[in-house]
Write a protein of this length. Structure first.
Length: 550
């Protein structure tokens, strides 16, 4: 009886202490927030590492899967690997030792065989992975992709449950950086076998080995999806956020409204909304390794085969005006397809983008008078007087405004005996990807985010036969230069630099594509949300984020 009375008195004393502190101006400490609500511009398409190819899917896969390595800001760290790889003297054999305590969300161990299975599946042409080319430097990958060899002969083997060996055909300077790409993530064979073609199309078909589990996602049409902290992740004790909720918001104005209401903690804005956002605490601009450009489908539009016509389109676009009047988000004009601030010369320290721009800047410098002359001459050479172009792009507010700006810019080329009619078609991500993959477009406003911090991630796109070369452009000399940078010259810093530089400049002079701008994301985030790291691939490592000061 006495003990119970004593306990009650202690409880009363604590209540009185709290009340006194409050009355004196002190505050009782509130529990830290553990949920973050994030804006996305498009719905989640897929969580199958072999099939997903858009940045929204890549972000989710980075949240819920763990590959051998993970970026934290610009630093590469072991993730499923217990330490950095042991590399042979000739730099062609990598041996990885996995963490013995790594498990899937169903409790099973993450094994070396999970990686072997996932990589064989991705490189198998029957899978039709858009990223199958990422494996090309692994022994036998190209023969497998061409259907000349079984995927079982890919140069990757599980030596033990936790030891993985990878054999390359040559030294690849950026190979370890590539391993952060989601296509290199492991998958559980039992899940793929069980769900077949439905694997990766809803949360119920998946298991996870990353910081989070995808708990609520009904499929690609869903406007929201939810991730919760994965207790089986090897470093779950260091993951502070327990829940990440994504919500599709395509309007910057609506995003600002939801942010002010506390329904979103991290948003991206553009256009006129940036003027309001700049006055808010938490506003910042994130320079991304993302290039936005126009793809030109020469096979579909014969007039685009004429160099002067293509050049006229490139010169008719005022990139600085587009950024100033439409985007307003800190983006920067692009001269070539490779963004600035990503790759530097190891000897001189020169920025690759700056070096590449020397001598080819005239191919992207706004000059309407010259553009009109080139257009008239080009059309005369084709024997045509009228050109009709349809430009497809995303259906976000920002993309729609950009399409309209491009429409006005290209229409300004019209003159007697050489007219152009420009139509713009905003599309959902699903429809846009479908049109790109089938080549069903004239011009396409698109973007590419660096998979790893090297020019090759952009230059590979335009090689003959690349699955992301949607317009099908092909140039033998270009292919040779890109190939040399990744084969014979891969181990020679000077020669490789010149190969990549020559390829980038050839692409620019050919006007095979029209670079527009390097993405600068104008974002507003809850000022109490800390440790959000943007990786070289433009993704956010939510596993390191936390709230402070609440």
């Amino acid at each position: 009886m006495g003990m119970k009375k004593h306990s009650a008195l202690v409880g009363i004393g604590l209540v009185i202490m709290v009340l006194v502190l409050t009355a004196c101006g002190g505050q009782a400490q509130r529990p830290a927030r553990t949920t973050v609500n994030v804006m996305q511009a498009s719905p989640l398409q897929s969580v199958d590492p072999a099939h997903a190819s858009d940045i929204v899917s890549a972000q989710t896969m980075m949240d819920v899967y763990s590959g051998l390595y993970r970026y934290s800001n610009k630093q590469l760290h072991p993730d499923m690997a217990a330490r950095m790889a042991t590399i042979s003297h000739d730099q062609k054999t990598y041996t990885f030792h996995l963490r013995r305590n790594a498990r899937w969300s169903d409790g099973r161990h993450v094994t070396a065989q999970d990686f072997v299975y996932a990589w064989r599946r991705a490189v198998n042409p029957a899978t039709k992975s858009p990223y199958a080319y990422a494996f090309n430097d692994i022994v036998n990958a190209q023969a497998i992709g061409a259907g000349k060899m079984s995927a079982q002969r890919l140069g990757v083997v599980a030596l033990t449950r936790t030891t993985l060996r990878v054999r390359l055909t040559k030294a690849v300077p950026y190979f370890e950086s590539m391993l952060t790409m989601s296509v290199f993530d492991p998958v559980e064979r039992t899940q793929v076998t069980k769900y077949g073609s439905q694997y990766g199309t809803s949360a119920a078909t998946l298991t996870f080995n990353g910081p989070y589990r995808l708990t609520k996602w009904r499929g690609k049409g869903a406007q929201r999806w939810v991730e919760t902290k994965n207790p089986t992740y090897w470093r779950a004790h260091q993951v502070h956020l327990h829940r990440v909720t994504y919500r599709v918001v395509k309007s910057s104005q609506h995003a600002l409204k939801l942010f002010r209401q506390g329904q979103l903690d991290d948003i991206t804005v553009s256009g006129s909304s940036t003027h309001k956002a700049k006055k808010m605490t938490g506003y910042h601009v994130v320079k991304q390794n993302i290039a936005t450009y126009l793809e030109l489908n020469q096979a579909r539009v014969p007039a685009l085969k004429n160099q002067s016509v293509r050049q006229s389109l490139a010169l008719a676009i005022n990139r600085a005006g587009l950024i100033r009047d439409v985007l307003g988000d800190g983006s920067q004009p692009l001269t070539t397809i490779v963004p600035a601030g990503m790759f530097y010369n190891e000897q001189s320290g020169a920025d690759f983008a700056t070096s590449a721009a020397n001598g080819v800047s005239r191919y992207s410098k706004y000059d309407l008078e010259r553009a009109r002359k080139l257009f008239k001459a080009g059309m005369a050479a084709t024997g045509q007087t009228q050109l009709t172009l349809t430009v497809i792009g995303a259906d976000t507010d920002s993309a729609k405004a950009t399409l309209q700006y491009l429409q006005r810019s290209l229409a300004a080329l019209s003159q007697p005996q050489a007219t152009v009619t420009v139509k713009v078609v905003p599309l959902s991500l699903t429809d846009r990807l479908a049109r790109l993959r089938t080549g069903n477009f004239d011009l396409a406003l698109t973007a590419w985010s660096a998979d790893y911090p090297d020019p090759a991630t952009f230059l590979n796109l335009f090689t003959t036969g690349n699955s992301n070369n949607h317009a099908g452009w092909s140039n033998t000399k270009y292919d040779q230069l890109v190939n040399a940078a990744q084969t014979t010259d891969a181990g020679n810093v000077t020669h490789r630099w010149h190969d990549l530089l020559a390829a980038d400049q050839l692409l620019t002079r050919s006007v095979a594509t029209i670079p527009l701008y390097q993405v600068g994301q104008a974002r507003v985030r809850n000022p109490q949300l800390h440790a959000r790291y943007n990786n070289p691939n433009g993704l956010v490592n939510w596993a390191t984020a936390y709230y402070q000061g609440q």
